[in-house]
Design a protein around this ligand. Structure first.
Ligand code: NOJ
Length: 707
């Protein structure tokens, strides 16, 4: 079958609406299935796409109903949240962002796409591109962190990795950029809450990653559940049709979030399903995921004159176009024929990549006296804590089919790399509940050891959707465990697992070394053990500012100065009575096993600003640096942030090696939005700041006149 333009003329209203209807499959203990009522609806042509169904047999069976038992035989497509892996799980996206490595982001996305495509999937609801500056928001874990430039690069890399040159290609998926837009700015970090931000913040902070995804050719896009200034994104015609399609030239499909069209009634902008359906369709939302609003509301909306057949047809045409581009008209079974094609080598390669990605996501935040690496000679190690032997927790939230693949716990990983060491394990306390009964045994284990590795943090389900927290701390009785173990005085390495920065300054005081691990994925234990023993160095950097206390959030590098910037000697300046403004760790923080020194900042002006620094590894081990380039525009018609990230570069350095890293900044890089939100370049003085993180004290700086 091929897609023929005349198909639209043959379609009944119900069949057209069916193409715009996406439904979730059910689950059985053995895995995902098509629930009985869904099969009936499929047969009647009332469903155009399914999600949460995977495995070639299950997908083939559903596709057969669509192709062979419906009147028109239009194939389905199959979607799934392959957020950081399908079965082989990579680090959580926020942790991956900390690798600051576009090549790795792309390879991980490509690998996940290939594994999912092999299980019959056509499309994934990834990448999640919500800039997040409030760690209370549980969904921070799903995205690229606080910075729009990082978000834009992450977007491009993920779209390239997932879609390749052609998302119909072998092992590729159609991607879906979400959640459009500013979802990360939900009030008080509470999921699904309204959003009230300035137009400037929307333009400068939240939109750039989406623009990058559209420029990279993302196939589909999902509006956020939230509103902006009272207009829910699912009904936001100006943003979806205006900005996305007309201004940016997006020609793909817009898929609503789960039930979001029906929720327009609760938002208070639609009286009934007919109005809700009309608002969404008129805004430019093509597919209704799980609200049943198009099915139940559109016929009436047409009768009441709230939508036109032309608008409906345009949406149906886009959806059929997506199926055509996916190659499904040419061969509806192209991804679900026979058994999977993946050979053992493909699977082995994916595990190796997951191990590499897991390691590259680790951020060493403290390493007093070079406590890490422990080296091959470590003898007696106590591995303590509720996350020490918690393989499944390691894969984090949004783990698709990840529970079916073996995940490696920290304990298992350490036992493999330290075969001759005596490794004692004690859980100490439960992960989320209170309970101190196990602390005494944990303390005994610590006392008998030369070194303690304490594995604490959040349960995987404490971040992700509907997982906001007011306390961003160690849950349950884990702090009591930390206190007791630290009191033994044994060298203490903390491995912190979490979906967000946890504001636990006392932990950083008590431990000799701390690694922020995010959730490293299926190969967690191997990745961590590689770094603990020192076969590999830690190379991750924080993609988000790490607060001392939840009272400081939102906290991020690109604040404006304000008229009374913090001055501890002056009460009437912008500060707290009980705490400094500074974070516990700045954006970009992270140590390696080498000793990297930045020097010799040069900044010359010609057609552009040409800036460079030298980066030297004075240590005795190879290391990597991430070189960050920030700019401050000290005087402009609109106040600019104290630091704006303009570029970053990852550099590998052998022991003793020095490299010069050069950057170029043109007028386009220094353009901002003026009072009318029109792009403007204002020449004058610019401060160029280069260094290892957003900590001003460690940045080299030079002021140049340009333009
Ligand atoms: C709701 C989430 O907000 C979205 O990110 C996800 O893709 C859909 N559910 C489908 O699972």
């Amino acid at each position: 079958m091929t897609l023929d333009a005349s198909i639209l003329k043959d379609m009944t209203l119900a069949e057209k609406i069916g193409q715009l209807t996406m439904v979730t499959a059910g689950y059985a203990t053995t895995g995902p299935i098509v629930a009985g009522d869904v099969t009936g609806a499929l047969r009647e042509g009332r469903i155009g796409s399914l999600f949460n169904l995977w495995g070639r047999d299950a997908i083939r069976a559903a596709q057969r109903v669509a192709v062979e038992e419906t009147r028109l035989g239009i194939p389905l497509f199959f979607g799934l949240d392959v957020i950081h892996g399908f079965r082989t799980i990579f680090p959580t996206p926020l942790a991956q962002a900390g690798a600051f490595d576009e090549d790795l982001w792309e390879r991980a996305a490509a690998s996940a796409a290939a594994e999912a495509a092999d299980a019959g999937i056509d499309l994934t609801f990834t990448p999640m591109l919500d800039v997040a500056r409030d760690p209370r928001w549980g969904r921070s874990v799903e995205g690229p962190g606080e910075d729009p430039l990082v978000g834009a690069r992450f977007a491009r890399a993920q779209v390239r990795g997932l879609q390749g040159d052609d998302f119909a290609g072998e092992g590729r998926l159609a991607a879906c950029a979400k959640h459009f837009v500013a979802y990360g700015a939900v009030t008080a970090g509470r999921d699904y809450a309204p959003v009230d931000i300035s137009r400037r913040t929307l333009e400068e902070v939240y939109l750039p990653p989406f623009r990058a995804a559209v420029e990279a050719g993302v196939a589909t896009l999902m509006p956020a559940f939230t509103d902006l200034d009272g207009i829910p994104f699912t009904a936001h015609r100006a943003m979806i049709t205006g900005r996305l399609r007309e201004e940016w030239g997006f020609d793909g499909v817009v898929i609503s979030d789960f039930g979001a069209i029906g929720e327009l009634i609760r938002h208070g902008v639609a009286a009934d399903l007919a109005e809700a359906a009309a608002l969404a369709l008129n805004a430019g939302v093509d597919i209704d995921m799980m609200a049943g609003a198009y099915e139940k509301g559109l016929p009436e909306a047409l009768e009441r004159g709230l939508v036109t057949v032309a608008t409906l047809d345009a949406a149906v045409t886009r959806v059929l176009g997506l199926k055509e581009r996916l190659g499904l008209f040419a061969d509806p079974y192209r991804r679900c024929r026979g058994e999977g094609t993946e050979d053992a080598e493909g699977k082995g390669g994916r595990r190796r990549l997951a191990r590499e990605a897991g390691r590259r996501a680790l951020v060493l935040l403290k390493n007093e006296g070079g406590l890490l690496p422990l080296g091959e000679g470590a003898r007696r190690i106590a591995v303590i804590g509720p996350l020490a032997d918690a393989a499944v927790e390691m894969i984090g939230p949004w783990a698709s089919d990840g529970k079916r693949a073996p995940a490696v716990s920290v304990l298992a990983g350490l036992r493999e790399v330290f075969p001759r060491a005596e490794i004692v394990h004690a859980e100490g306390v439960p992960l989320t509940q209170d309970g101190t009964d196990g602390i005494a045994a944990a303390v005994d284990a610590a006392r008998d050891a030369d070194c303690v590795i304490l594995c604490v943090g959040e349960a995987a389900e404490m971040s992700g959707e509907a997982a906001s927290r007011t306390k961003i701390d160690l849950p349950g009785s884990q702090s009591a465990l930390l206190d007791a173990v630290a009191a033994t005085g044994k060298p203490l390495v903390v491995l912190l697992f979490s979906g967000r920065p946890l504001a636990v300054p006392e932990m950083f005081e008590r431990a000799g070394a701390v690694i922020a691990c995010g959730f490293p994925g299926s190969e967690a234990g191997h990745a961590i053990a590689d770094v603990i023993i020192g076969r590999e160095g830690p190379t991750g950097r924080l993609p988000t500012t790490w607060p001392r206390h939840v009272g400081q959030v939102p906290i991020f590098l690109a604040e404006r100065s304000g008229g009374r910037p913090e001055n501890p000697a002056d009460k009437y300046t912008s500060k707290y009575l009980d705490m400094p403004n500074s974070p516990l760790f700045p954006f970009g923080a992270g140590l390696g096993y080498g000793e990297v020194v930045f020097a010799d900042l040069k900044a010359d002006v010609g057609e552009a600003i040409e800036a460079s620094v030298t980066v030297a590894n004075r240590g005795s081990r190879a290391d990597e640096a991430v070189v960050f380039l920030f700019v401050r525009d000290p005087v402009a018609s609109v106040a600019r942030p104290v630091l704006e990230l303009k570029d970053f570069r990852r550099v590998a350095l052998a022991a003793g090696e020095t490299r010069t890293i050069a950057f170029r900044l043109g007028r386009e890089d220094l353009t901002f939005l003026d009072m009318r939100l029109e792009p403007v370049f204002e020449g004058g003085a610019f401060e160029i700041l280069i260094g290892p993180s957003a900590d001003r004290a460690r940045l080299l700086s030079a002021t140049v006149r340009f333009g």
